[in-house]
Each structure stands twice: as C-alpha cells, then as structure tokens.
Design a protein around this ligand. Structure first.
Ligand SMILES: Nc1nc2c(c(=O)[nH]1)N[C@H]1C(S)=C(S)[C@@H](COP(=O)(O)OP(=O)(O)OC[C@H]3O[C@@H](n4cnc5c(=O)[nH]c(N)nc54)[C@H](O)[C@@H]3O)O[C@H]1N2
Ligand SMILES: Nc1nc2c(c(=O)[nH]1)N[C@H]1C(S)=C(S)[C@@H](COP(=O)(O)OP(=O)(O)OC[C@H]3O[C@@H](n4cnc5c(=O)[nH]c(N)nc54)[C@H](O)[C@@H]3O)O[C@H]1N2
Ligand code: SF4
Ligand SMILES: [Mo]
Length: 684
C-alpha cells in the first residue's frame, strides 16, 4: 500500500528539519536533533525523492497476548506501530508496549549474525569472546555434533529447550526433529515454570488438557483466583478492553470478586477483594461449593438434582448417591461425602484467614448470579498443592452450569490449517524407529517413577539433572525463547551445568543464558520474520495469525524455524531428505494456508496472499452452546440445532470409541477443525 506519496518532497523535508534543528539548537544547546537526523538520512537515500509508506501486518511478540499490529515502514524504516483495527484481540488498540516494537528491531545490542565462542572458560565474569562466523560454518558445526552423537548411539544427549513459541513453522517443527533424529529431549518446553498446573487441573476436572477459552463479555460475575487480569493474564490488551466494557458499559455491570495475596490493580478495580493466605485457594473454593450445595443454588439443569427434588446436602451429613440423578457432572455426591460436607465457611475461614462472612457472601453471589465464571491461574496452581487447588476452583464452573454456556467458558478450537507438505513417517530410519535412544528416559524425568509422573515438562530440571548425571549427562543443548539461568528457580546450578555442555543460543539478544553459549545462531526479530503466530485460547472460535516481515532483515540473522530445517538437511540419512523436501518455513506456512481455500475466514482470508494481507484468519461463532443443560449446534443463523446424544460426524455416543478416523471433535459439523489440545502437544 502506498500512502503519503509525494507528501513530503525532499526539499520541503530538508527545510523542515533545518528549521527544527535550529530551534532544537537554541533549546538544548546541541546542533542536531537525533530522531530527525536519522529520518533525514533515510530520506536522502530515496532516489525518487518520494516518501513511500508501506503497512504490513504482524503480531506483537512482547507478551503472549499476541495482538495484531499494523507496522508502518517508510523508506525501509519502521517508524510506527498501531493496533490492527480488524483484529479480534487488538481491535485497533495496543497496550503501552505494543507501539514500541521498533526499539526491539533497532536495539543496538542485537546479535548481528552467527558467532562462536573463543573463550573456553564460562562464568559470570568471563567474556565469551564471540567471533563472527558464516551460517555454513555455524550450521555445519551443529550438524557435525549431532551426526557424531547419533553415530555413537547417544542422540538422547542432545536437548532442545524452548519457551513462548507455538507456531507450526517454529516450535511445531521441533517434535518431528526429535522423532527423526532420535532424542526424547527434543523438545522440552518451559510449561512447568509457566502454567502447566492450570492445564493439568483442567484435564483432571473436565478432561480438556488445555487452558480454557472464556466469554467474559456476556458473563455477569467473574470470580478470579490468583489471576493478574489487569496486569498479566492473557490476552492482556483484550482483557483491558473487556474490563472497560463489562464494568463501564454493560447492563447489568459484571460483578467481580478477586482473590489474591497482595493488593494489585485487579483487586483495586473489583467489587470485592479477598486477600488470602498463599496456597489456600482450594479451601475457599470448597467452602463456596459447600454453600452452593447446602443452599440449593446449583444449576439443576446442568448438574442434575435429587430424584424427589428434596435437597439432602446438609453440613456434615452423608448423602446416598442413589438419591441424586446427575446430568453433566460425575461423582458429585461422592465428592460431597468424602470432602465437601465438612468444608463449611467456618472451616475455610481458619485455613484461608478470610472472614467467614466474606466467604458466605461470595458463595451466595456466585451461586445466584448467572452466567458466572470462576477463573484461576498461576497464583492458584503454582504451589505444591496447585493442581488440587485448581480442580476445586474449576469445579465451581460445573456447579453453576457455565460450561459451553453464553457468558461461560469453553474449549478452544484450532484453525482449518492444511496438512504439512511432507509426511515425516516416510522418513524414519531404523535408528529413529528402534535406536538405543528409545530406552532412555527423558533428562527431566517426566513420566518416570523416580521423577515426575503427572508433569508435562520439567524444563528447570534439565540443567541440574545433566550436572548430576542423573539420569545421564547431556552433550549439547539448544535454546529457543527461553533463558533458564534467569527464569528457572535454580539459576546458579544452571550456570554450573552449562559450563560443561555445548550450548547453542538462538535469541536475537544477549541474555544470561546466551553468555554461556558456544554458538549463537540469532533469530530475526518479530518484525522481520514470516511466521505463523498462534495465541492462547481466547474466545473459543478458531483464529490463525501471521507475522509478515516489515523490512528486509537488518543483519545476517535467520528465522529459527529455518535454522532447524537447515540443520535437519545436514543430518545423514532419510532425516536430511525430509528437510530437503520440506525446504523452508515459507513452504510450511503456504501449506497451512491451503486449508483456508476451502474454509475462508470471516474477513475473507482464503489463502496465503490474503492471509498476508490481513494478518489473521478467524471464524466465528463458536460452534455449539449449552443452554439449560441441553447442547445446541450453530445452524448458520442460530444455536438452533439440538445435538443428539452422539457425535454428529460418526454417530457413535460420546465417550465411546469413534468410528473410522473420526476424532469426535469433528462431531460439531466442521470436520476439519481440531480442538486446541490436538495441536502440537507441547504448546504452553
Ligand atoms: N506484563 C507481562 N505480562 C505477562 C507476562 C510477563 O512476563 N509480563 N508473562 C505471561 C505469562 S508467560 C504468563 S504464564 C501469564 C501469567 O499471568 P497470571 O496467571 O495472571 O500470573 P501471575 O501474574 O504470575 O500471578 C497472578 C496473581 O497471583 C497472585 N498470587 C500468588 N500466590 C497466590 C495465592 O496463593 N493465591 C492467590 N489467590 N493469588 C496468589 C499474585 O500476587 C498475582 O497477582 O502472564 C503473561 N503476561
Ligand atoms: N520468580 C519468578 N520466576 C518465574 C516467573 C515468575 O512470575 N516469577 N514466571 C514464570 C513463567 S510464567 C514463565 S512463562 C517463565 C518464562 O521464562 P523463559 O522461558 O526463560 O522466557 P523469557 O524470560 O521470556 O526468555 C525469553 C528468551 O527469548 C529471547 N528472545 C526474545 N525475543 C526473541 C525472538 O524473537 N526470537 C528468539 N529466538 N528469542 C527471543 C530472549 O532474549 C530470552 O532469552 O518464567 C517463569 N519464572
Ligand atoms: S498486550 Fe498486546 S501490545 Fe501489549 S505487549 Fe502484549 S501483545 Fe504486545
Ligand atoms: Mo508463563
């Protein structure tokens, strides 16, 4: 798009800067104004003497909200970033950090190209003495190490640790890399230090191994446990917009009770702030459930009721399971008998240090206001009893019938992506299928009886376990979007561990971990790369976001996804052939976009070019809804189609094995959709 063509010709521009520089000199005592100076330099480099502004779509990378942004580039220089107006998360607005992305792009401290360490000593006071090398040398060095490990049958000693990247063209490539190469440690995500407790609580409660998607706009009460809704909770920018609506515009105003351990912005803006003893949220949730049941406030259409309609939930008294007919919940009476019957507000007041009257008032308000959502995040689940706390809180959503309800919460659906260009199953050699690595536990002891049976990842244990040689020592470790010397709970042990490993860092920026690197393979910054950039569960309906380079790369950097592919091409045997066939990340992204051809988004995106132009594909509304305990499917105009007891696609009852290759998730009318949890497993 050409904007402002001929808006400022060169002579007028120089006149303007001359005047401004003169004024600046008077004011500051200096002869130049740095910002204008830079612009004037860029301006003089255009041959035609014209000023051409191009707007590209991108996705902010400064926090996991992943807002859609319009990036303004004039004469090859990014000078402004605004929220994309037709993007569901940003809606034309950004948080204060969003517009400052150019500071990341033009950060003078960026790594400018691949480098190797020349100082063999590693430590806080050691200068790595990095020297520039070519990409060929860098990639050949990695491939030679990986090939040598594989030849020795020690491929499990290569680990790849990663953080907040979830695209098919970056993190999505890692699982296949590990499978073809033969390492249980490729990849290991940081989710154990992040919000896995949330995911596991939900998996244990409603079976959805993912974060929830929420319909805040239509809720009449939000009960927040350990959620930095106005500080951190995802998607931050959109949360602030929603808050403005539900607290300032909507009638009735949405009631908010927030539970935290300190007074923060969210509590200050709530109707009721409950300051709780850390780690005791589960007790509060149990007492709320106790009140909802004893006072008969549960949602009978969703939960079910006593067969004769008489409420037998009396404090301290057992209930006969046969007297209750459950609808969409399982084990309610058993839960009451072993746990809830004694969890009175009085009991919870002692555990939580809250006032009994506040617990009672919260429970009554939550039990009588519909629709209501109980949400929790790190404050609740990042404790040693976190999963149980999370399960107690999440169960409240079932008691008030919020699952899949308008103003409630639901599962996130994935976009209609096309299949990957190449099938990795065709490229597995004997080593990949049955090599000695298959007998090795994961270095973090995930799923191991001496380690962590429930955890999905234990990234923080990689360094310490390798250092201790338990279960074995690693040889080479690569980092993508994670910096454990700084963020893991045991940073100093990590420093020791990285001293004895060959360390590969891919960040565009120096970090604590990068200072221990032997090789630096710097990524493009987000404004320079073509990348699919998914976000966390949002409002349930599917969405697919794309980053489009705003400028030619400033330095000799390479998109991380392409770094992986280029290393892959250099691995001996069929693995190398797989990556040659895959070619590059643009090929991957083009294949994803093929899925939109038969399922265009609401904004008309129907393939790669239109995806680039709009930066996002999305498709509303959510496909089914629960109302008064019955489920209805979207029929194109309304939630008018009553859903049968079984799957629409294969006809088999829910909970029984599907017929053919149906995954039941398809039974909602759009077979190509996958729910969020069926996407690359280790997304956090
Ligand atoms: N600005 C910014 N935003 C971010 C991020 C960032 O680094 N900076 N990181 C992103 C990431 S990766 C994540 S996982 C999310 C995390 O976002 P959230 O899940 O909201 O997590 P936190 O802000 O860590 O913690 C939320 C609240 O829990 C409180 N808390 C601590 N212990 C307890 C307790 O025992 N009970 C209760 N009720 N509350 C407690 C804390 O005081 C805090 O206010 O934020 C994302 N957004
Ligand atoms: N004390 C304490 N510790 C915590 C938390 C807490 O609240 N308190 N929060 C926890 C949580 S929720 C999380 S999610 C973890 C996060 O911890 P980490 O997973 O370590 O994530 P970050 O610290 O954000 O590190 C991101 C790394 O990516 C690099 N990077 C930045 N941009 C790019 C890019 O475009 N490309 C590439 N390749 N690299 C880039 C940065 O230089 C940095 O090294 O920390 C956890 N640790
Ligand atoms: S809220 Fe949006 S604009 Fe702000 S840092 Fe996060 S992604 Fe960027
Ligand atoms: Mo996180």
């Amino acid at each position: 798009m050409k904007l402002f063509q001929e808006l400022i010709n060169r002579r007028r521009f120089l006149q303007a800067t001359g005047v401004a520089a003169g004024a600046g000199a008077v004011a500051s005592g200096l002869g130049v104004i740095p910002g204008l100076n830079t612009l004037s330099h860029a301006q003089t480099t255009t041959a035609a003497g014209t000023s051409e502004t191009v707007i590209t779509k991108n996705i902010c990378h400064q926090c996991p909200a992943r807002c859609g942004i319009d990036v303004y580039t004039t004469n090859g220089r990014v000078h402004a970033i605004y929220g994309t107006s037709d993007h569901p998360i940003s809606n034309g607005k950004l948080c204060p950090k969003g517009p400052l992305g150019a500071y990341i792009l033009y950060d003078p401290d960026r790594f400018k190209g691949p480098m190797k360490r020349t100082n063999p000593k590693k430590g806080r006071d050691e200068d790595p003495q990095f020297v520039p090398i070519s990409w060929d040398e860098a990639l050949d060095t990695v491939a030679a190490r990986l090939n040598a490990l594989r030849d020795k049958g020690e491929s499990h000693r290569f680990a790849l640790a990663y953080g907040r990247g979830w695209g098919a063209s970056d993190a999505g490539l890692q699982g296949t890399f590990g499978k073809l190469y033969g390492s249980p440690n490729v990849p290991i995500g940081h989710s154990s230090m992040c919000s896995d407790g949330s995911v596991v609580s939900k998996q244990a409660t409603d079976g959805n191994a993912s974060y929830s998607a929420y319909d805040y706009r239509n809720a009449n009460m939000l009960l927040m446990f350990g959620v930095g809704f106005l500080e951190a909770f995802r998607p931050y920018n959109n949360n602030m917009q929603v808050w403005g609506y539900i607290r300032g515009v909507k009638v009735p105003k949405t009631r908010i009770t927030a539970v935290d351990v300190h007074m923060n912005t969210t509590l200050a803006g709530s109707d009721r702030a409950l300051l709780i003893k850390p780690g005791t949220d589960g007790a509060l949730a149990l007492a709320i459930a106790h009140v909802i049941l004893t006072e008969g406030l549960w949602d009978k259409a969703f939960v079910g009721d006593f067969v004769d309609g008489m409420n037998r939930f009396k404090p301290g008294e057992q209930v006969d399971p046969g007297s209750f007919s459950e609808k969409w919940v399982r084990g309610l009476v058993e839960w009451w008998n072993v746990e809830l019957k004694d969890r009175t507000p009085k009991w919870a007041a002692q555990v939580t240090t809250l006032y009994e009257r506040d617990i009672l008032a919260t429970a009554r308000e939550f039990g009588t206001t519909r629709p209501a959502i109980a949400l929790f995040e790190r404050g609740v689940h990042a404790h040693t009893n976190g999963i149980l706390n999370g399960m107690a809180v999440h169960s409240l959503n079932a008691l008030v019938g919020s699952f899949f309800a308008e103003g409630g919460l639901m599962y996130q659906m994935g976009p209609s992506y096309g299949p990957m260009p190449v099938n990795e199953e065709d490229y597995l050699d004997d080593y990949a299928r049955n090599g000695p690595w298959k007998k090795q536990p994961r270095i973090d002891l995930k799923g191991h009886e001496d380690g962590y049976l429930l955890a999905r990842n234990m990234l923080q244990e990689l360094g310490p376990n390798s250092l201790a040689g338990k279960p074995y020592k690693l040889d080479t470790i690569m980092f993508y979007l994670t910096n454990p010397i700084w963020t893991a709970p045991n940073g100093k042990v990590w420093e020791e561990a990285l001293r004895e490993l060959f360390v590969i860092e891919t960040s565009p920026f120096p970090s604590e971990t990068a200072m221990f690197a032997d090789l630096v393979l710097p990524d493009h910054t987000y404004l320079e790369r073509l990348q699919d950039a998914p976000t966390y569960p949002f409002q349930g309906w599917p969405m697919a976001q794309l980053r489009v380079p705003a400028i030619k790369t400033l330095y000799d950097t390479k998109y991380y996804g392409d770094v992986l592919i280029e290393i892959g091409k250099r691995i001996k045997g069929p693995m190398g052939d797989y990556y040659k066939a895959l070619n590059d990340t643009e090929n991957v992204i083009r294949h994803l976009a093929k899925g939109f051809e038969s399922d265009p988004g609401d904004n008309g995106v129907n393939g790669f070019e239109s995806w680039k132009e709009k930066g996002v594909w999305y498709k509303k509304p959510y496909l089914w809804r629960q109302r008064d305990g019955e489920f209805y499917a979207w029929d194109g105009q309304d939630y008018g189609r009553e859903m049968s007891k079984g799957c629409h696609a294969c006809g088999r009852p829910w909970g029984e094995p599907a017929r053919g290759d149906c995954d039941h998730a398809a039974g909602i009318g759009r077979p190509q959709y996958r729910v969020y949890r069926d996407q690359p497993e280790d997304r956090q």
